[in-house]
Design a protein around this ligand. Sequence first.
Ligand SMILES: [Fe+2]
Length: 345
Amino acid sequence: MNELGRLEDLPADYREALTQLNLVPLWPSLRAVLPPGKPRPNTQPTFWSYEALRPLLMRAGELTPMEKAERRVLVLANPGHGLENMKASAAIYLGMQLLLPGEWAPAHRHTPNAVRMIVEGEGAYTTVDGEKCPMRRGDLILTPTGLWHEHGHDGTEPVVWLDVLDLPVVYYLEASYAIEGRRQAVKPERGDVVYARGGIVPTPVFARSGKAYPMLRYPWVEARAALVALAADQPDLATVQVSYVNPETGGDALNILGFHALMLRPGQTLRLPVRSPASVFHLIEGGITAEVEGQTFPLAEAATCCAPGYTAVTLRNRHADQPAFVFVADEAPLHKKLGLFEVRD
Ligand SMILES: [Fe+2]
C-alpha cells in the first residue's frame, strides 16, 4: 500500500484557502479512516475488579446522598476512549450503581436502552413501565428506550447492580435525552411469570401480545437452570450458551446491544470466535480467567472486563470441580442491523 501525501506537504496558502471554505483534503486522513484489513479500535482490553471497586462505591454512598446523585454510579470507563467519555466500547456504557436501604431513585425515561445485571443485595426493585421487577443476584432487568423506570429498596443491605447501556452510540447520534416523571402506579402484570415456560406464550382470546418489550425481567434462576439443562442434555457441546431474547419474536431482547449467558464446564477452556462487535464479560458465579489480545484478566465473582471487536477471547474456568457462569453483553444486534457483522474464524 503506497504512502499518501501528508497535510504538511501542501502549501500553507492552499491549506488556509481550504479551511476558509470549510473544505478538507481526504488523502492525508484516508488510511486512518479506512485502515487496511482490520479496524484500529480505541477500545482497549480492560478489567475492573469488583473487590477493588466495591469500597469506592460504598464510599460514594457516604459522600453523596441520593438527592445529589439521582443515580449513584461509578462508570467503568475504557481508558482507550478517554475516561471522561464514559465508554466501555464504541457502543457500550457500563456503570456500577449503589442503592442503599430506604432509598428511591426517581422515575424517568430516556432514549438510550439500559439493562441491569444485579450484583449483590436483596430487597430492591425496579419498576419498569408499571411492572415491579424484584432484583436478585444475576437477574437481568430491561429498561428499553422510552419506558418509565425507577428504583426502590425495602431491604436492609446495600444493593449493587451493573448497568449496561447503549448510551455512547445514542449520544453519538445526538439522540440522547431524558424526561423526569412522577412515581409510577404498579400494575399487576408480570412478564417474567407469564413467559416463564419456553415455547408457551399468553394468548388471551387467541391474540399475541403487541408489546415491543413483553418481558422485562429475566430471573437468574431460570437462565442458570437453562444452562445446566443444556450442558446435561449435550455433554459434548463446547459452548454452553443461552441468549436473552424477546419471547414473542425470538429476536434480540433489545435493538442495539445483545445479552447472553455462558456456562463453562469444570476446568473448561473456551476460545470464542473472532467477531466484529466488542463484548463485555461479567462473572456471575465461579472463578475464570479471560485472555484478550495477550492480556490475562483474573475474574472473581462480580468482576467485569471488555474486549474490542475483531479480537479472539479465551475464557478459562479456573476450578476443576465446579462450573462458572458468565454474563455477556455485545454490540452484535447493532452490527447486524448495519450489515457490518463479521465472524473471522
Ligand atoms: Fe435510567
